[in-house]
Design a protein around this ligand. Structure first.
Ligand code: SF4
Ligand code: SF4
Length: 74
């Protein structure tokens, strides 16, 4: 299983939650305490080790907030 890493350009996030809803690993969540400058709660990762780098979160994001990097083995 490839390992992925996701990073967020928090300034652009509008809190639509599509990434959270569609992550097959269910490792994304909305931080209820931290807001970006636009006043939206930002998205965080519970356990990056479980990320497969599938890229679904980035595909779903309407504002290109998410960058997915995949570490390939072998
Ligand atoms: S790349 Fe896939 S597994 Fe990783 S956070 Fe995004 S949707 Fe979830
Ligand atoms: S899909 Fe994009 S804009 Fe929507 S909550 Fe996730 S990171 Fe933010």
């Amino acid at each position: 299983m490839p390992k992925g890493k996701v990073t967020f350009d928090y300034h652009e996030c509008k809190g639509c939650l599509l990434c959270v809803e569609f992550c097959p690993k269910e490792i994304l969540y909305q931080d209820k305490k931290e807001l970006n400058d636009a006043g939206y709660n930002i998205i965080k990762v519970t356990d990056m080790d479980q990320c497969t780098g599938c890229g679904i979160c980035a595909m779903m994001c309407p504002d290109s907030v998410i960058t997915v990097e995949v570490e390939k083995h072998g």
